[in-house]
Design a protein around this ligand. Structure first.
Ligand code: MRU
Length: 367
């Protein structure tokens, strides 16, 4: 995507040909800072501390992390150890495990002397494929948006609600949920996006608003509990979110609060779509509520809010009485029965076993 005239991906190889550049997303929207990663530990830290986040980008960063680790030690023991350490950085998004398993399948049979170059080639391929996949998600999602726009009699704006950040910052480029929105905007459809703030880390306010603003897409920030009210009053034409893990039966696990939006959408007959790339499907499980591990993060994220004051100083303030405590669940599961359709790079599927099986062979994306 273009930022002030310059095209960026969210992760790319540095000009030196081996170190890896990322955009430090913890500093957005106040500062655009490119961080250079030179070791696997730095890559693991970037994932864990959420300098990078979003299911596909976590996978891409882990793949390049493996490359950095192999430069230091290409032996089996070190390699397997770093893979397990990377997988442990975040538990919910399945793309992480998928990317690491893809690296392991490729690297382990190779002699040590060939591992580094093969790893860089594979990591670059994972990134390039992610861009192509997300662009295709955008094309299929554009079809969904066009149909709803037609049904609305092309009377604008077309109001789309999204939760968290599933834009280009969450992937290598384009995004999943935001890719159809960018394509609709570029096609001249007057989209307006209701952006959920997405507490506790405010990825909606910090990242989605920033991205949409840079692309010139009309948007309005709302706090997390507004969506249901807007739907009751005909102010939402459709919802599109991303997903961190989708079960073989079409349950979707996404940022905490997604489930409540899907319930409100169902109650108000608002189409609720989820956009996802193939590597986000976990073919090993059907029941997302029972089987997807939900990340529980440090409660500091709930207890404090970060922002910039009128003097331009970025800082955080505590919002909780000192004697109170909080819990920080990062994701929830939306059952397939609440999902109108899954927008994938291969087309729009019913959120069901049969729907996904029509588009994918379950062995293709082994995590
Ligand atoms: O905790 P995060 O910021 O990594 O969570 C990200 C999300 O929940 C996204 O919606 C999801 O990864 C889909 S991104 C294409």
């Amino acid at each position: 995507m273009k930022i002030d005239g310059t095209s960026y991906r969210s992760i790319w190889l540095n000009d030196d040909g081996w170190s890896v550049n990322i955009i430090d997303q913890t500093r957005l929207p106040h500062e655009f800072h490119v961080e250079r990663l030179t070791t696997v530990d730095q890559a693991a830290h970037a994932i864990k501390a959420m300098l990078v986040r979003g299911a596909p980008l976590i996978g891409a960063t882990a793949a390049y992390g493996v490359c950095l680790g192999l430069r230091a030690d290409a032996g089996d023991v070190a390699f397997n150890k770093m893979c397990e350490a990377l997988i442990a950085t975040r538990p919910t998004a399945v793309n992480l495990r998928w990317a690491i398993r893809a690296m392991q399948d490729l690297i382990l049979p190779l002699p040590e002397s060939e591992r580094v170059s093969a790893a860089y080639e594979k990591a670059t391929q994972i990134c390039d494929e992610d861009v192509a996949i997300n662009s295709a998600i955008g094309d299929h999602g554009l079809g969904v948006i066009e149909a709803i726009w037609e049904k609305k009699g092309k009377v604008g704006p077309l109001n789309i609600l999204t939760h968290c950040n599933a834009g280009w910052l969450a992937t290598v480029d384009w995004g999943t949920a935001l890719s159809p929105i960018y394509k609709a905007h570029d096609a001249g459809i007057p989209v307006h996006v209701w952006v959920d703030e997405t507490r506790p880390r405010n990825q909606g306010a910090h990242l989605t608003c920033w991205e949409l603003g840079k692309h010139g897409v009309e948007h309005t920030l709302i706090v997390d509990n507004v969506g249901g009210h807007l739907m009751q009053h005909g102010q939402v034409d459709l919802c599109i979110t991303g997903t961190d893990r989708t079960t073989a039966a079409g349950d979707v696990c996404n940022k905490i609060g997604t489930y409540l939006k899907a319930l409100a959408a169902k109650d108000n007959n608002v189409p609720f779509y989820v956009a996802l790339p193939g590597p986000t499907i976990d073919w090993e499980i059907d029941d997302g509520v029972k089987d997807i591990p939900i990340e529980i993060r440090d409660s500091h994220e709930v207890d404090y809010i970060q922002g910039k004051d009128s003097a331009g100083q970025v800082s955080e303030v505590r919002i909780l009485p000192e004697e109170s405590s909080s819990a920080n669940y990062a994701f929830d599961v939306t059952p397939a029965c609440l999902v109108t359709g899954l927008i994938t790079e291969r087309g729009v599927a019913d959120a069901s076993k049969e729907g996904l099986a029509r588009l994918y062979d379950r062995l293709e994306y082994k995590a």
